[in-house]
Design a protein around this ligand. Sequence first.
Ligand SMILES: NC(=O)c1ccc[n+]([C@@H]2O[C@H](COP(=O)([O-])OP(=O)(O)OC[C@H]3O[C@@H](n4cnc5c(N)ncnc54)[C@H](O)[C@@H]3O)[C@@H](O)[C@H]2O)c1
Ligand SMILES: [Zn+2]
Length: 377
Amino acid sequence: MTLHERVIRFADDGARGRAAAVVSRVFVGIGAVSRLLDGVAESGARRGVVIADGAVAATVAAEVESGLSARGLTTALIAVPAGETSKSAAEAVRLWEALAGLPADRATHVIAVGGGVVGDLAGFVAATFVRGLPVWQVPTTLVAQVDSAIGGKTGINLAAGKNLVGAFWQPVGVACDPAALATLPDREYRSGLAEVVKYGVILDSELFVWLEDSVDSILAREPAAITHLVGRCVDLKATVVEADEFERSGLRAILNYGHTIGHAIENLAGYGRLLHGEAVAMGMTAAARLALATGRLPVEIARRQAALLARFGLPLAPVGIAGLSVEGIVEALSRDKKSLHGRVRFILPTDLGRVGIVDDLDSGLVREVVADLLSGS
Ligand SMILES: NC(=O)c1ccc[n+]([C@@H]2O[C@H](COP(=O)([O-])OP(=O)(O)OC[C@H]3O[C@@H](n4cnc5c(N)ncnc54)[C@H](O)[C@@H]3O)[C@@H](O)[C@H]2O)c1
Ligand SMILES: [Zn+2]
């Protein structure tokens, strides 16, 4: 199997004082991690600091560390406790102090090994330590391979909200290796598939049809199937972030399909109750219903989306989950940081592979669709 490579080129950005264009290389497929390690060695790094999720510290991260040693680098491995609570200021301080203690200098590169939590945290620490160390990403969840490791958004959470402190910091390289997903729990894997379905609906009808035809090999985690779908999603995300790195034009906003109502449900359900992708599956179901009710989307497309999500074992509605109410969700929507002047912005599909941005939906209709979703009808 050959390795899929996508080079993402970000324009230089005079306004931010960036002197030159930035390039990020993404390798997808069996052997991607070893290709990334060659890249680290070839880049002139002398020390590699592996910041790893505790769940993969002894497996993928240990392999990354020994691969760096074998290539002549000095190494260190710092494990981060699994879970969203690690995306905190306290954990960032601990990592900055650890880097200072080495001491890390500009020939030190950070290699993040884990899901979106470690990718966002280690990326942020790399972006800020001595005003920026090069960072490489080795995503070990499907969510991270198709989404969070690409595009350079890094950050941590505050009590006041998620991702409130952060920076855009592009990784030098990203390795999406199916082998890195070997120990990923099934529920986490399925959760990642919700983001994959999202890409199909918003940008790529061919991908959507391929998913419909490949459910069995995808759920069996056949490396060729994973490589195909991750490669496709990486290309799609790359194209979007290349055109709109800093979320200025609105293009990058389409990646939030299913996330408006999805985030509200995820937060109100409470920490750890729903996985992100599960909430996004519900959010996409609600968005498709809004599109249907406003005459934007043929019923057949809404039906195919629901059927595909269900075949991936994803929930379409938050049935039987305590703490959710129509009022609560509507209120959370208006507090969403992406709402503009109190108007909630929705990304609504108009066809397979096509979406529009809508911010003038009737609030009564939104309420109705949320109520239907909660009642499971
Ligand atoms: N930067 C971005 O553009 C972006 C985009 C989407 C999401 N995110 C962020 O990503 C985070 C969610 O990412 P996630 O879904 O990857 O969650 P995660 O990083 O918490 O990983 C999910 C769980 O899987 C475990 N795990 C990871 N890899 C494993 C493996 N190979 N084997 C066994 N267990 C493994 C982790 O310990 C954790 O318990 C959120 O904080 C979200 O805000 C960021
Ligand atoms: Zn998401």
